[in-house]
Design a protein around this ligand. Structure first.
Ligand SMILES: Nc1nc2c(c(=O)[nH]1)N=C([C@H](O)[C@H](O)COP(=O)(O)OP(=O)(O)OP(=O)(O)O)CN2
Length: 289
């Protein structure tokens, strides 16, 4: 007998790719379980399947930086913070943090399909009673309109969002003067894609003392000390924590100012959640008119 659960949970993480650099992922997780029925006529109670699998994914790779250690230019060493990752291609990046904030995989690149096979094998090693095999499928949300990926860290978060490099793949909806504007959505999704969002308070030195081509952030969070350096051109700087509420407000204010229009932004954080913000263009004084 096979039991299936679609949309069992989501996985949100940052992914290092030797081709694209630091990107964000948000995957739907579907599960199939093979086994024998128990006397209650169930293979495994649905109410138990979800927490059984979700708890193991949440305690594992969810909200970590996924690192293909066999990719060119990758170096991972022990350090005072836990692990230090240095990359060379397609750009130099250094991330330091507790071991639990990294998922190291001895592969040249990490794909959803290969990760699904790996996770299925891991979960099938010690399956629940009556279950012989567990198969997972990881899949992107189908997004027909604009989408982008980003990474960030929320140092005050009590959970795994405090990790300096975790990410998401998100829809972006923008209304200009009350009408959806596909061109603005495409423009901003492209501007934000594969970026790292920084709260300027987390810069390890004042902005004007940072190197011209790189930004460096560092903070102490509940799980430990984190730091990250990457090219400035991959970063966007906010004057607030990079929660989705502040991201939505930052986008709405910026786009309203740039376009001179009334703007509404629906910014998603991964799959099916996020924040909405409205903004008006700055008032024009009489002599500007
Ligand atoms: N109000 C807000 N809450 C949270 C925010 C936020 O911006 N505003 N952000 C986070 C973290 O960024 C975190 O990465 C969100 O993680 P996610 O996995 O999407 O959320 P959950 O773990 O709660 O959802 P599951 O899909 O059930 O794993 C946290 N909170």
């Amino acid at each position: 007998m096979t039991l299936f659960v679609n949309h069992l949970t989501h996985i949100d993480a940052s992914l290092w790719s030797p081709e694209h650099g630091l990107t964000g992922v948000s995957w739907h997780v579907d599960a199939e379980l093979d086994g024998e029925l128990g006397p209650d006529g169930m293979l495994f109670d649905f109410g138990e399947v979800k927490p059984w699998i979700k708890s193991r994914l949440d305690a594992g790779l969810d909200h970590t930086l996924l690192v293909p250690t066999e990719a060119a230019g990758i170096q991972v060493v022990d350090c005072a913070e836990g692990l230090c990752l240095c990359t060379q291609l397609p750009y130099r990046m250094e991330v330091r943090g507790p071991r639990q904030s990294f998922t190291l995989l001895p592969w040249p690149e990490i794909t959803a399909d290969r990760l699904a096979i790996h996770l299925s094998s891991e979960l099938s090693r010690r399956p629940p009673a009556k279950v012989d095999t567990i198969r997972l499928r990881l899949r992107d949300e189908e997004i027909e309109t604009a989408a982008y990926t980003y990474s960030h860290g929320l140092k005050h978060h009590t959970g795994n969002c405090q990790r300096i490099a975790h990410g998401h793949r998100s829809r972006l909806h923008i209304w200009r003067d009350g009408r959806r504007d596909a061109a603005l959505e495409a423009q901003w999704a492209q501007a934000l894609d594969a970026s790292y969002l920084i709260h300027d308070e987390d810069l390890d030195t004042p902005f004007d003392e940072q190197p011209l081509d790189e930004l460096s952030v560092a903070y102490q969070a509940a799980q430990g000390r984190f730091s990250l350096k990457l090219p400035r051109q991959r970063c966007h700087l906010l004057s607030t924590p990079t929660t989705i509420e502040h991201i939505a407000a930052w986008l709405a204010d910026t786009i309203a100012r740039d376009t001179g229009s009334r703007i509404r932004v629906q910014a998603f954080e991964g799959i099916d959640k996020g924040a909405m913000a409205d903004a008006m263009p700055p008032a024009t004084t009489h002599d500007d008119a």
